[in-house]
Design a protein around this ligand. Structure first.
Ligand SMILES: C[S@@+](CC[C@H](N)C(=O)[O-])C[C@H]1O[C@@H](n2cnc3c(N)ncnc32)[C@H](O)[C@@H]1O
Length: 246
């Protein structure tokens, strides 16, 4: 997929993504000439042939991230934010992630942490994730096309994240990979998965910090007409935070 070169924002907040500066851009607000698109160096305003003015700027990480190709279900931003906040992941952190899926979580964490090593057993998903990693220029992500249940090569990791159908099968590998005090975060859509994960993790000497579900309710605000949006993000998954103590 071609890179996003310019982001345009309408008065209603709609984001439009221009990928080719060598041709006129057609949108619901009219046509913007390629000369005008090229004329916006850092940021500015472009005008359509219908006289609509659209603020324009270069894309930032989140603009490109929102456009990644999605194959299996990706973890929503609200849950990724919680993983980062609860583990205190930062610029020196080494993180092992599995399964990669589309690479959304791995790429998001790569924007925060020092290094991400991510395991994906399916070749087709690994290919999509590799494309997304390239798109975001996430050079600190190492993608391994391997079954994580068979073992993790890394040692002394700060955090291990699992978004797997049977995460309990990877607890031994996570324990070997983590440094003492390191976090294992498991993301599962159902509570029976959480229960099985907890049983396995406790047997391997992890402590259960907490299991949470994050709900997000967006509000519509139009002058003083203020109400929750009727459609909110429904259930996504449970986040279980574990800590290696032995
Ligand atoms: C829900 S997706 C992960 C989505 C990912 N967290 C994201 O944000 O894009 C689950 C992935 O785990 C992979 N997977 C399942 N079992 C695995 C295993 N044993 N080793 C590695 N990957 C595995 C699946 O192929 C799938 O791509």
């Amino acid at each position: 997929m071609e890179e996003i070169k310019l982001v345009l924002v309408s008065g209603s907040g709609k984001h439009l993504y221009v990928r080719n500066l060598n041709q006129d851009y057609h949108c619901q607000y009219g046509v913007i000439k390629k000369e005008d698109l090229k004329g916006v160096s850092g940021s500015g305003i472009v005008k359509t042939n219908k006289g609509v003015e659209l603020p324009a700027f270069k894309p930032s990480f989140i603009d490109v991230f929102r456009k990644i190709r999605r194959a299996p279900q990706v973890i929503p931003a609200k849950d990724m934010g919680s993983i980062i906040a609860e583990t205190g992941m930062g610029k020196d952190s080494v993180v092992v992630d599995a399964g990669t899926g589309s690479g959304a979580l791995a790429i998001f964490m790569a924007n925060i942490a020092s290094k991400i090593i991510t395991y994906e057993e399916r070749q087709d998903f690994a290919k999509i994730a590799a494309e997304n990693i390239n798109l975001l220029k996430a050079k600190n992500v190492l993608l391994k096309n391997k079954n994580v249940y068979e073992g993790i090569d890394e040692r002394n990791a700060d955090v291990v994240t699992f978004d797997l159908p049977e995460p309990w099968k990877g607890v031994g590998a996570a324990s070997a990979a983590l440094k003492p005090g390191g976090f294992l975060v498991s993301y599962s859509p159902t509570i029976p998965q959480v229960c099985d994960m907890l049983t396995a993790a406790k047997e391997k000497g992890f402590i259960h910090v907490k299991t949470i579900e994050i709900t997000e309710r967006e509000w519509e605000i139009e002058n003083r007409i203020v109400r929750p949006k009727s459609q909110t993000i429904g259930h996504s998954g449970f986040l279980t935070f574990l800590r290696k103590i032995k």
